[in-house]
Design a protein around this ligand. Sequence first.
Ligand code: HEM
Length: 454
Amino acid sequence: MMDRGSDSGPMHPPRSTRFAPLGETITMMRDPLAVLTRLAAECGPVSEFRAGPSRAVLVAGPDEIHEVLVTKAEEFGRAKIMTLGLLPVLGYGLVISEGDLHQRQRGLIGPLFTPRLMTRYVDTIAGHVRTHLERWPADGRFDALVAMQRMTHDIMSDLFAGESLEGNEETLAAVTRVFDWEIRLMTRPIVAPLFVPTRRNRQFLRDIAFIRGRAGDLVEARRSGATTGDDILQGLVEARDDKGDMGFDQLVDETINLWASGIETSSDAQFWTAYALSRHPEVAERARAETDRVLGGRAPTAADLADLPYCLQVFKEAMRMYSPAPAFMRQALCDTTIGGFRVGRGTVVFVAPYVMHRSPEYFARPLAFDPDRFAPGRRPPRHAYLPFGSGRHVCVGSSLALLEGQIFTAMLVSSGTLHFLDGASVRPSLQANLRPEGKVYARYEAHDVAPVGG
Ligand code: HEM
């Protein structure tokens, strides 16, 4: 066991000896996931590294992550660099807010996303998945991530506000540009601040005004009773606590937060699930045998979900190997310790499920895609599997995400095979979420479905 303290108090976390000082920063910009993985392998669950001019801390062990997100959550706030960057897009919604506002909003929004409430959306989700799967073969070769984003957009727009984005290319284009802007902000060392009128910034501000305008119209129509629906927006508008409802501005912020977070990470998760299935035909075959037996070609209903455990295991294992939220940030609000190591006030902390999920310390043969890790009765070591985070900011949409993932997996394997062109060269990269590096093209081959019982 490493000695983490001395007479002068706790020690700083270890640093890598392998990188030259500038080399670490340069490699970090080029391939952050590789640097974070190497750091944890060399230095253990808590390490220090150079992030531009300052030093940051990487946390990649179950107990240490639990400390940051749960037991010492009071001492770690959201990272300023993240909240300030996202403020123009997300306002003071759930993804940004903290303290009393966050606690109140979580109390109002959390109950809208319980597993029981989510199952009423099974038919809607399955309907959109089917429409997209049927469209793919006609598209020939297509950009696989864009295809998943379009599918998730349609699902989320319908669940959220009973609207389909189909034919609404303007909204889709504005949302895509805003996501790209966000990714640039997170991944480029220097980005022109918004007050600098670059072409990209002016477009971004127009897109934000457009999206806020549309969200505002939707909220207003529901508040005035001009429209109504059996959807998440209706739940938001009707949500009340002892202080009353959320108020118009907060409702607009939450609409954008939930809608955006519901699309981004989920489409990445579907992409990596489809990719993993294409690389592991034996897993796809086993999932297909399950869907043939249970569904025989029809779409799943809520009553079928319990009979499709392997499809859910596949999705969970995809989120282990390709954690859609590979690393998220916190900032120390006071001088404190993580795993016994000293962490100064203001230090940015990277919590990295991606690194933990791929460590041989917590998962045997971590690079093998093995859905049986999640077979009934088996579970990963305590706190070692965190695709949805943990503690007060744990993903509010995790039940919906799991539902979408299970349905998508079942319908994908049951109706065909997605062939990734040049699949061997696909590399995960950290772009706010986990995305493939560069464009990845695929072709969908629909196949015949065995009759039920056949
Ligand atoms: C596979 C899909 C998804 C993954 C992997 C995922 C992952 C995560 C993670 C890791 C966090 C915690 C971040 C942190 O602690 O800083 C988070 C928070 C959040 N997620 Fe998700 N998410 C997914 C889908 C969704 C969906 C479908 C929705 C909405 C319908 C959603 C809404 C949110 C919101 C609002 C937060 C902030 C919660 C808070 O701070 O209280 N997510 N998500």
